[in-house]
Design a protein around this ligand. Sequence first.
Ligand SMILES: NC(=O)C1=CN([C@@H]2O[C@H](COP(=O)(O)OP(=O)(O)OC[C@H]3O[C@@H](n4cnc5c(N)ncnc54)[C@H](O)[C@@H]3O)[C@@H](O)[C@H]2O)[C@@H](O)CC1
Ligand SMILES: Nc1ncnc2c1ncn2[C@@H]1O[C@H](COP(=O)(O)OP(=O)(O)O)[C@@H](O)[C@H]1O
Ligand SMILES: [K+]
Length: 471
Amino acid sequence: MRRAHTVEQVREAERQLMATLPEGALMQRAAHGLAHAVLDLLGTGGAGGAYGRRVLLLVGSGDNGGDALFAGAVLARRGVAVEAWLLSERAHEAGRRALLAAGGRVVDAPPRTRPDLVVDGVVGIGGRAGLKPEAREALAAVAGVPVVAVDVPSGVAVDTGELPPDGDHVTAALTVTFGTHKVAHLADPAAAVVGAVHLVDIGLGPLLPPPAAEALQTADVAALLRPPVGDAQKYGRGVVGVRAGSAAYPGAGLLSTAGASCGLAGMVRYVGDDAVHDLVREQHPEVVGAGRVQAWVVGSGSGDGAAGTLAEALADDVPTVVDADALVHAPRDRADLVLTPHAGEAARLLDAERDDVEARPLEHARRLVEAHGCVVLLKGRHTIVAHPDGRVRVTTTGTPWLATAGAGDVLGGLVGALLASGLDPFDAASVGSWLHGAAATRASGGGPITAGDVARSLPPVITAVLGGSGA
Ligand SMILES: NC(=O)C1=CN([C@@H]2O[C@H](COP(=O)(O)OP(=O)(O)OC[C@H]3O[C@@H](n4cnc5c(N)ncnc54)[C@H](O)[C@@H]3O)[C@@H](O)[C@H]2O)[C@@H](O)CC1
Ligand SMILES: Nc1ncnc2c1ncn2[C@@H]1O[C@H](COP(=O)(O)OP(=O)(O)O)[C@@H](O)[C@H]1O
Ligand SMILES: [K+]
């Protein structure tokens, strides 16, 4: 599991750890980790080593700048030409001295020779969102040079993953963070500007509380899935029912059924428009009609019939995925639902603007959870799954090619199958979203895909996750 903590949680753990260590020990750990990540990125393992490489440190007033300066000292001792541009009256004094002693230079203007890399030590977890003019101007002077962000790209809101409205933030090729991930490394829109994230272990692990957000990794998904065991029978594996699609939108019924038919449930039922049912039978001959289910999937392409369709499903009192047209009819007193809005649907439910949902997805996912008292899966580049108890999972699998019509219908069916197989709503939603993204990446191979391609890639991705061959 990739875990992310808030600034307050990190500060408290750091305080406890520092009390047991000599002064400055943590910063040395951080700086060495940072320096080695920079050396890796510079590709200094070859014959020429680090000689002739130029690194510019942008240094703010706090310990984030201190990390950059001490790392600069390590780089300078390896032969890198290191210059530190101090952007504030104050700079970490011991770090400054260490850099100078190692042969680095301090400058107050852009270097004449373009650096190979910029290290962003402007602000870290002590920073407010946005940049001061000095930092903005310094970044403009080296525009186009790859940036390694220290802890977080300066300017992002660390605990929310929000970005300042005017684009006043660093965009990093690599972020080197310390102790644990921060929420901004996972949650969009900030997660889109952190680049690759490298975590340096500084010993905080045992002191950290439960995370503010987490991202499933392959092993977590494998542990949460419920593959059939020796004496399995289809009803015991769970039956998922799909009530989606209508005469106007038959494709939504087909694609929800395709997602539900990923193989994780023992059986799939379809209940709905006769013509859609005929199409479902043609494409999925194993799908049966009405009967008992362990989970429902309701709403994609249901059109005007959504309210009635949802009411029928909810009468069965089983966990239910509520998607698309059914979302506005979702009750507020059922903890066994998974709501799966995209940003536009979330905006409608919250009477907010779509742009605002996209700018602050974590905040809006939490608002939806508060309003509905159930798990909410807010779709996007990094989909957010939020639980009423405060837990949050962020999906980091996927590809922009997944932003294609009908992909959401497949996801709803897949989450329904996971619910039917016995996962709780939070696990079903987050595991479903992870598999959906992984299937899209597999199907895409870097090129275009349809929603049907995503559904067809689910079984081989599940096989690979469970340790078999196939992906
Ligand atoms: N506390 C610790 O033990 C450790 C801290 N480490 C580093 O220390 C960092 C935190 O250091 P600090 O608490 O000194 O805080 P920062 O260095 O993040 O920020 C310092 C100061 O910058 C100013 N500032 C705030 N927002 C700004 C903005 N938007 N533009 C320009 N200036 C702004 C404020 O006066 C703030 O106090 C971490 O991110 C990490 O890099 C690491 O060395 C690991 C150990
Ligand atoms: N930029 C992106 N990168 C990766 N995945 C994306 C991106 N934008 C959207 N997605 C994913 O694509 C899917 C689109 O679903 P949705 O918006 O419901 O479409 P539809 O209603 O046509 O099925 C969601 O799973 C969403 O998380
Ligand atoms: K930074």
